[in-house]
Design a protein around this ligand. Structure first.
Ligand code: F3S
Length: 66
């Protein structure tokens, strides 16, 4: 599984990094950043990736299957 953030959609709601802090961080303005190289999600964090995607109000978190 891979994740990405669409920066044109992210409004800094912060649910992604609250729900999955091992996958998402925040820049100085509160917009989401990825903490995993190339967006590759370790198997034990896949539930967190799905949770973040489901809870982003802007649908800015994309989950892609390998
Ligand atoms: Fe941005 Fe959505 Fe996270 S708006 S900060 S990607 S919850």
């Amino acid at each position: 599984m891979r994740i990405s953030i669409d920066p044109s959609l992210c409004q800094g709601h912060g649910r992604c990094y609250d729900l999955a802090p091992d996958l998402f961080g925040a820049d100085d303005e509160g917009y989401a950043t990825l903490l995993v190289p190339d967006g590759r999600v370790p198997a034990d964090l896949e539930d967190g990736a799905r949770l973040a995607a489901a809870n982003c109000p802007e649908s800015a978190v994309l989950v892609l299957r390998d």
